[in-house]
Design a protein around this ligand. Sequence first.
Ligand SMILES: Cc1cc2nc3c(=O)[nH]c(=O)nc-3n(C[C@H](O)[C@H](O)[C@H](O)COP(=O)(O)O)c2cc1C
Length: 342
Amino acid sequence: MNSLLNPYTLAQVELKNSVVMPPMCMYKADNDGIIKDFHLTHYGARAIGGVGLIITEATAVEPRGRISDNDLGIWDDEQIEGHQKLTTLCHSFGAKMAIQLAHSGRKSLCADSTPVAPSALIFSNSGGFKQPQALHVKEILEIKTAFVEAAKRAEKAGYDILELHAAHGYLLCEFLSPLTNQRTDQYGGSVENRCAFVIEVAQAILEATPNMPLIVRVSADEWMEKGWDMEESIFLCKQLKSLGVSMIHVSAGGNNEAQKMPPLVPLYQAAYAKVIRESVEIPTIAVGLITTTDEGEMLLKKGFCDLVAYGRELLRNPNFVFYAAKETGEKALIEPSYLRAF
Ligand SMILES: Cc1cc2nc3c(=O)[nH]c(=O)nc-3n(C[C@H](O)[C@H](O)[C@H](O)COP(=O)(O)O)c2cc1C
Protein backbone atom coordinates (compact mmCIF):
# COMPACT_ATOMS: atom_id res chain seq x y z
CA MET A 1 0.00 0.00 0.00
CA ASN A 2 1.24 3.44 -0.89
CA SER A 3 1.56 6.33 1.52
CA LEU A 4 1.43 10.01 0.53
CA LEU A 5 5.12 10.74 0.91
CA ASN A 6 6.52 7.38 -0.19
CA PRO A 7 7.92 6.93 -3.69
CA TYR A 8 5.60 5.50 -6.35
CA THR A 9 6.53 4.09 -9.74
CA LEU A 10 4.21 4.97 -12.61
CA ALA A 11 5.09 2.70 -15.53
CA GLN A 12 8.89 3.17 -15.53
CA VAL A 13 8.82 6.65 -13.98
CA GLU A 14 9.83 6.90 -10.31
CA LEU A 15 7.94 9.63 -8.44
CA LYS A 16 9.41 10.70 -5.11
CA ASN A 17 5.94 10.83 -3.53
CA SER A 18 2.26 10.48 -4.43
CA VAL A 19 1.40 14.17 -4.44
CA VAL A 20 0.26 15.43 -7.85
CA MET A 21 -0.22 19.00 -9.00
CA PRO A 22 -3.15 18.61 -11.42
CA PRO A 23 -3.39 20.75 -14.56
CA MET A 24 -4.52 24.29 -13.85
CA CYS A 25 -4.71 26.89 -16.61
CA MET A 26 -2.94 30.09 -15.73
CA TYR A 27 -3.75 32.08 -18.92
CA LYS A 28 -0.38 33.82 -18.79
CA ALA A 29 1.10 33.02 -22.21
CA ASP A 30 1.09 35.41 -25.14
CA ASN A 31 -0.63 34.56 -28.40
CA ASP A 32 2.39 32.43 -29.39
CA GLY A 33 1.67 29.96 -26.56
CA ILE A 34 5.31 29.98 -25.45
CA ILE A 35 6.42 29.34 -21.86
CA LYS A 36 7.26 32.55 -20.01
CA ASP A 37 9.07 33.43 -16.78
CA PHE A 38 5.71 33.22 -15.00
CA HIS A 39 5.39 29.51 -15.89
CA LEU A 40 8.98 28.74 -14.90
CA THR A 41 8.49 30.43 -11.54
CA HIS A 42 4.99 29.02 -10.95
CA TYR A 43 5.86 25.38 -11.67
CA GLY A 44 9.42 25.77 -10.32
CA ALA A 45 8.02 26.86 -6.93
CA ARG A 46 5.88 23.68 -6.70
CA ALA A 47 8.90 21.60 -7.74
CA ILE A 48 11.05 23.18 -4.99
CA GLY A 49 8.05 22.62 -2.71
CA GLY A 50 8.45 18.86 -3.13
CA VAL A 51 5.55 17.88 -5.41
CA GLY A 52 6.17 14.40 -6.85
CA LEU A 53 4.37 14.86 -10.19
CA ILE A 54 3.55 18.19 -11.79
CA ILE A 55 1.06 18.10 -14.67
CA THR A 56 1.15 21.28 -16.72
CA GLU A 57 -1.99 23.23 -17.44
CA ALA A 58 -3.98 22.36 -20.59
CA THR A 59 -1.49 22.83 -23.42
CA ALA A 60 -3.03 23.20 -26.84
CA VAL A 61 -2.19 20.88 -29.73
CA GLU A 62 -3.38 23.45 -32.27
CA PRO A 63 -4.10 27.20 -32.02
CA ARG A 64 -7.91 26.90 -32.37
CA GLY A 65 -7.75 24.25 -29.63
CA ARG A 66 -6.82 26.85 -27.00
CA ILE A 67 -9.37 27.83 -24.38
CA SER A 68 -8.11 31.43 -24.52
CA ASP A 69 -5.56 33.46 -26.43
CA ASN A 70 -3.27 33.12 -23.39
CA ASP A 71 -3.02 29.33 -23.21
CA LEU A 72 0.23 27.44 -23.44
CA GLY A 73 0.84 25.61 -26.69
CA ILE A 74 2.79 22.67 -28.09
CA TRP A 75 1.60 22.89 -31.70
CA ASP A 76 4.87 24.27 -33.09
CA ASP A 77 8.53 23.30 -32.85
CA GLU A 78 9.28 26.87 -31.74
CA GLN A 79 7.48 26.08 -28.49
CA ILE A 80 9.76 23.16 -27.57
CA GLU A 81 12.59 25.27 -26.15
CA GLY A 82 10.40 26.85 -23.45
CA HIS A 83 9.02 23.47 -22.40
CA GLN A 84 12.57 22.12 -22.33
CA LYS A 85 13.56 24.92 -19.92
CA LEU A 86 10.57 24.10 -17.75
CA THR A 87 11.26 20.36 -17.54
CA THR A 88 14.97 20.92 -16.90
CA LEU A 89 14.20 23.38 -14.11
CA CYS A 90 11.60 21.21 -12.38
CA HIS A 91 13.68 18.04 -12.79
CA SER A 92 16.58 19.80 -11.06
CA PHE A 93 14.35 20.02 -7.96
CA GLY A 94 13.32 16.36 -8.16
CA ALA A 95 9.80 16.67 -9.61
CA LYS A 96 8.66 14.53 -12.50
CA MET A 97 6.85 16.36 -15.30
CA ALA A 98 3.75 15.52 -17.27
CA ILE A 99 2.14 17.71 -19.91
CA GLN A 100 -1.61 17.88 -20.42
CA LEU A 101 -2.24 17.66 -24.17
CA ALA A 102 -5.48 19.47 -24.83
CA HIS A 103 -7.96 20.67 -27.43
CA SER A 104 -10.70 22.99 -26.24
CA GLY A 105 -13.27 22.04 -28.88
CA ARG A 106 -16.47 24.09 -28.58
CA LYS A 107 -15.27 25.74 -25.35
CA SER A 108 -12.64 27.86 -27.12
CA LEU A 109 -12.96 31.57 -26.43
CA CYS A 110 -10.15 32.56 -28.79
CA ALA A 111 -10.73 35.81 -30.63
CA ASP A 112 -9.73 34.89 -34.16
CA SER A 113 -10.90 31.32 -34.69
CA THR A 114 -14.12 29.38 -34.95
CA PRO A 115 -14.43 26.57 -32.41
CA VAL A 116 -14.85 23.01 -33.64
CA ALA A 117 -16.87 20.20 -32.10
CA PRO A 118 -18.33 16.79 -32.90
CA SER A 119 -21.68 18.51 -33.54
CA ALA A 120 -22.62 22.14 -34.12
CA LEU A 121 -24.02 22.73 -30.64
CA ILE A 122 -23.02 25.85 -28.71
CA PHE A 123 -21.85 25.41 -25.09
CA SER A 124 -23.69 28.48 -23.80
CA ASN A 125 -25.34 31.60 -25.16
CA SER A 126 -23.54 33.67 -22.56
CA GLY A 127 -19.92 33.92 -21.46
CA GLY A 128 -18.54 34.67 -24.92
CA PHE A 129 -18.94 31.15 -26.29
CA LYS A 130 -19.26 30.92 -30.06
CA GLN A 131 -21.23 28.66 -32.36
CA PRO A 132 -18.92 25.73 -33.18
CA GLN A 133 -18.52 24.03 -36.54
CA ALA A 134 -19.05 20.28 -36.73
CA LEU A 135 -15.84 18.51 -37.74
CA HIS A 136 -15.58 16.54 -40.98
CA VAL A 137 -13.92 13.13 -40.71
CA LYS A 138 -10.85 14.48 -42.54
CA GLU A 139 -10.49 17.21 -39.89
CA ILE A 140 -10.92 14.69 -37.09
CA LEU A 141 -7.96 12.77 -38.49
CA GLU A 142 -5.95 16.01 -38.77
CA ILE A 143 -6.59 16.74 -35.09
CA LYS A 144 -5.47 13.21 -34.22
CA THR A 145 -2.23 13.98 -36.06
CA ALA A 146 -1.92 17.26 -34.13
CA PHE A 147 -2.13 15.31 -30.85
CA VAL A 148 0.55 12.89 -32.06
CA GLU A 149 2.91 15.66 -33.22
CA ALA A 150 2.38 17.45 -29.91
CA ALA A 151 3.22 14.25 -28.01
CA LYS A 152 6.46 13.89 -29.99
CA ARG A 153 7.39 17.51 -29.21
CA ALA A 154 6.64 16.92 -25.53
CA GLU A 155 8.99 13.93 -25.52
CA LYS A 156 11.70 16.07 -27.14
CA ALA A 157 11.14 18.74 -24.50
CA GLY A 158 11.95 16.26 -21.75
CA TYR A 159 8.54 15.48 -20.26
CA ASP A 160 8.40 12.16 -18.39
CA ILE A 161 4.71 11.47 -18.86
CA LEU A 162 1.84 12.56 -21.13
CA GLU A 163 -1.69 13.30 -20.02
CA LEU A 164 -4.49 13.32 -22.57
CA HIS A 165 -7.29 15.73 -21.65
CA ALA A 166 -10.56 13.91 -22.27
CA ALA A 167 -12.47 15.63 -19.46
CA HIS A 168 -14.43 18.80 -18.61
CA GLY A 169 -16.30 19.24 -21.89
CA TYR A 170 -13.31 19.92 -24.12
CA LEU A 171 -13.04 18.34 -27.55
CA LEU A 172 -12.34 14.69 -26.66
CA CYS A 173 -14.94 14.78 -23.89
CA GLU A 174 -17.49 16.27 -26.30
CA PHE A 175 -17.10 13.20 -28.51
CA LEU A 176 -17.81 10.87 -25.58
CA SER A 177 -21.14 12.33 -24.50
CA PRO A 178 -24.39 11.49 -26.30
CA LEU A 179 -25.56 15.02 -25.47
CA THR A 180 -22.73 16.82 -27.30
CA ASN A 181 -22.02 14.17 -29.93
CA GLN A 182 -25.00 13.77 -32.23
CA ARG A 183 -23.04 12.48 -35.20
CA THR A 184 -24.43 9.75 -37.39
CA ASP A 185 -21.07 8.52 -38.75
CA GLN A 186 -18.49 6.16 -37.24
CA TYR A 187 -17.73 8.71 -34.47
CA GLY A 188 -21.28 9.04 -33.13
CA GLY A 189 -24.25 7.01 -31.92
CA SER A 190 -23.27 3.90 -29.94
CA VAL A 191 -20.92 4.17 -26.98
CA GLU A 192 -18.31 2.31 -29.06
CA ASN A 193 -18.52 4.98 -31.77
CA ARG A 194 -18.49 7.90 -29.30
CA CYS A 195 -15.35 6.46 -27.67
CA ALA A 196 -13.65 5.88 -31.03
CA PHE A 197 -11.91 9.27 -31.31
CA VAL A 198 -10.45 9.14 -27.79
CA ILE A 199 -9.32 5.56 -28.38
CA GLU A 200 -7.75 6.41 -31.75
CA VAL A 201 -5.91 9.43 -30.33
CA ALA A 202 -4.62 7.46 -27.33
CA GLN A 203 -3.53 4.58 -29.56
CA ALA A 204 -1.75 6.86 -32.03
CA ILE A 205 0.09 8.65 -29.20
CA LEU A 206 1.14 5.35 -27.62
CA GLU A 207 2.45 4.12 -30.99
CA ALA A 208 4.34 7.36 -31.69
CA THR A 209 5.85 7.73 -28.21
CA PRO A 210 6.10 4.18 -26.87
CA ASN A 211 8.48 5.18 -24.07
CA MET A 212 6.15 7.77 -22.59
CA PRO A 213 3.59 6.58 -20.02
CA LEU A 214 0.14 7.93 -20.90
CA ILE A 215 -2.45 9.13 -18.38
CA VAL A 216 -5.96 9.90 -19.62
CA ARG A 217 -8.06 12.46 -17.74
CA VAL A 218 -11.79 11.74 -17.87
CA SER A 219 -14.97 13.23 -16.48
CA ALA A 220 -16.41 10.07 -14.96
CA ASP A 221 -19.93 11.51 -14.97
CA GLU A 222 -21.26 14.61 -16.69
CA TRP A 223 -24.04 15.03 -14.13
CA MET A 224 -26.79 15.15 -16.74
CA GLU A 225 -29.78 12.91 -17.33
CA LYS A 226 -29.10 10.69 -20.36
CA GLY A 227 -25.52 11.99 -20.38
CA TRP A 228 -22.09 10.32 -20.16
CA ASP A 229 -21.97 8.30 -16.95
CA MET A 230 -19.90 5.94 -14.85
CA GLU A 231 -20.94 2.84 -16.78
CA GLU A 232 -19.70 4.38 -20.04
CA SER A 233 -16.54 5.61 -18.29
CA ILE A 234 -15.78 2.06 -17.22
CA PHE A 235 -16.34 0.87 -20.80
CA LEU A 236 -13.90 3.53 -22.10
CA CYS A 237 -11.28 2.97 -19.40
CA LYS A 238 -11.25 -0.80 -20.01
CA GLN A 239 -10.38 -0.12 -23.64
CA LEU A 240 -7.76 2.46 -22.69
CA LYS A 241 -6.20 -0.05 -20.33
CA SER A 242 -5.99 -2.70 -23.03
CA LEU A 243 -4.23 -0.19 -25.32
CA GLY A 244 -1.53 0.38 -22.70
CA VAL A 245 -2.70 3.55 -20.96
CA SER A 246 -1.00 3.60 -17.55
CA MET A 247 -3.39 5.57 -15.37
CA ILE A 248 -6.76 7.35 -15.32
CA HIS A 249 -7.04 10.82 -13.78
CA VAL A 250 -10.62 10.84 -12.57
CA SER A 251 -12.46 14.14 -12.60
CA ALA A 252 -16.11 14.92 -13.43
CA GLY A 253 -18.48 17.39 -15.07
CA GLY A 254 -17.80 20.37 -17.27
CA ASN A 255 -19.51 19.23 -20.46
CA ASN A 256 -22.85 20.90 -20.04
CA GLU A 257 -23.97 24.29 -18.82
CA ALA A 258 -27.05 22.70 -17.22
CA GLN A 259 -25.10 20.07 -15.27
CA LYS A 260 -26.48 19.13 -11.84
CA MET A 261 -23.37 19.29 -9.68
CA PRO A 262 -23.34 17.28 -6.47
CA PRO A 263 -22.66 19.26 -3.27
CA LEU A 264 -19.09 20.57 -3.28
CA VAL A 265 -17.89 18.80 -0.15
CA PRO A 266 -14.34 17.56 0.52
CA LEU A 267 -13.36 14.54 -1.62
CA TYR A 268 -16.58 14.88 -3.65
CA GLN A 269 -15.14 13.17 -6.73
CA ALA A 270 -12.91 10.57 -5.04
CA ALA A 271 -15.52 7.79 -5.17
CA TYR A 272 -15.36 7.88 -8.98
CA ALA A 273 -11.61 7.18 -8.83
CA LYS A 274 -12.28 4.18 -6.59
CA VAL A 275 -14.97 2.72 -8.85
CA ILE A 276 -12.74 3.00 -11.92
CA ARG A 277 -9.72 1.63 -10.04
CA GLU A 278 -11.70 -1.41 -8.88
CA SER A 279 -13.83 -2.07 -11.96
CA VAL A 280 -11.08 -1.54 -14.53
CA GLU A 281 -8.14 -2.62 -12.36
CA ILE A 282 -6.11 0.36 -13.47
CA PRO A 283 -4.21 2.89 -11.30
CA THR A 284 -6.06 6.16 -10.71
CA ILE A 285 -5.47 9.73 -9.57
CA ALA A 286 -8.19 11.14 -7.31
CA VAL A 287 -8.90 14.87 -7.44
CA GLY A 288 -11.45 17.37 -6.18
CA LEU A 289 -11.46 19.32 -2.93
CA ILE A 290 -8.69 17.26 -1.36
CA THR A 291 -6.78 19.63 0.90
CA THR A 292 -5.22 17.81 3.85
CA THR A 293 -2.53 15.21 4.49
CA ASP A 294 -5.00 12.98 6.34
CA GLU A 295 -7.44 13.01 3.42
CA GLY A 296 -4.69 11.98 1.00
CA GLU A 297 -3.45 9.21 3.29
CA MET A 298 -7.00 7.92 3.77
CA LEU A 299 -7.66 7.83 0.02
CA LEU A 300 -4.48 5.81 -0.56
CA LYS A 301 -5.06 3.50 2.40
CA LYS A 302 -8.67 2.75 1.47
CA GLY A 303 -7.80 2.05 -2.15
CA PHE A 304 -9.51 5.03 -3.76
CA CYS A 305 -6.48 5.86 -5.87
CA ASP A 306 -2.73 5.49 -6.39
CA LEU A 307 -1.87 9.19 -6.52
CA VAL A 308 -3.57 12.20 -4.95
CA ALA A 309 -4.01 15.53 -6.74
CA TYR A 310 -4.07 18.75 -4.73
CA GLY A 311 -5.14 21.54 -7.08
CA ARG A 312 -6.20 24.79 -5.45
CA GLU A 313 -4.41 23.72 -2.27
CA LEU A 314 -1.11 23.88 -4.19
CA LEU A 315 -2.06 27.29 -5.59
CA ARG A 316 -2.51 28.51 -2.02
CA ASN A 317 0.42 26.63 -0.61
CA PRO A 318 3.31 25.57 -2.88
CA ASN A 319 5.01 24.05 0.19
CA PHE A 320 2.08 21.74 1.01
CA VAL A 321 4.40 18.69 0.88
CA PHE A 322 6.64 20.13 3.60
CA TYR A 323 3.65 20.72 5.89
CA ALA A 324 2.66 17.10 5.19
CA ALA A 325 6.20 15.92 6.02
CA LYS A 326 6.05 17.82 9.30
CA GLU A 327 2.68 16.23 10.15
CA THR A 328 3.84 12.70 9.36
CA GLY A 329 7.15 13.15 11.17
CA GLU A 330 9.20 12.84 7.98
CA LYS A 331 11.11 16.08 8.37
CA ALA A 332 14.00 14.67 6.34
CA LEU A 333 11.79 15.27 3.28
CA ILE A 334 11.71 19.03 3.83
CA GLU A 335 14.03 21.12 1.67
CA PRO A 336 16.97 21.68 4.06
CA SER A 337 17.15 25.42 3.40
CA TYR A 338 13.53 25.76 4.56
CA LEU A 339 13.83 23.47 7.58
CA ARG A 340 14.06 26.27 10.13
CA ALA A 341 10.59 27.39 9.06
CA PHE A 342 8.97 24.06 9.98
C1 LIG B 1 -7.38 27.80 -11.86
C2 LIG B 1 -7.76 26.43 -12.34
C3 LIG B 1 -7.45 26.04 -13.64
C4 LIG B 1 -7.75 24.75 -14.08
N1 LIG B 1 -7.32 24.33 -15.32
C5 LIG B 1 -7.43 23.03 -15.67
C6 LIG B 1 -6.80 22.53 -16.83
O1 LIG B 1 -6.05 23.24 -17.53
N2 LIG B 1 -7.00 21.23 -17.17
C7 LIG B 1 -7.76 20.40 -16.39
O2 LIG B 1 -7.90 19.22 -16.72
N3 LIG B 1 -8.33 20.84 -15.26
C8 LIG B 1 -8.17 22.11 -14.87
N4 LIG B 1 -8.66 22.54 -13.66
C9 LIG B 1 -9.27 21.56 -12.74
C10 LIG B 1 -8.22 21.05 -11.71
O3 LIG B 1 -7.22 20.27 -12.36
C11 LIG B 1 -8.87 20.22 -10.59
O4 LIG B 1 -9.47 19.08 -11.17
C12 LIG B 1 -9.90 21.01 -9.82
O5 LIG B 1 -9.38 22.27 -9.41
C13 LIG B 1 -10.39 20.26 -8.58
O6 LIG B 1 -9.32 20.00 -7.71
P1 LIG B 1 -9.05 20.92 -6.40
O7 LIG B 1 -10.33 20.93 -5.62
O8 LIG B 1 -7.93 20.20 -5.67
O9 LIG B 1 -8.66 22.28 -6.84
C14 LIG B 1 -8.42 23.85 -13.22
C15 LIG B 1 -8.79 24.27 -11.93
C16 LIG B 1 -8.45 25.53 -11.49
C17 LIG B 1 -8.80 25.92 -10.07
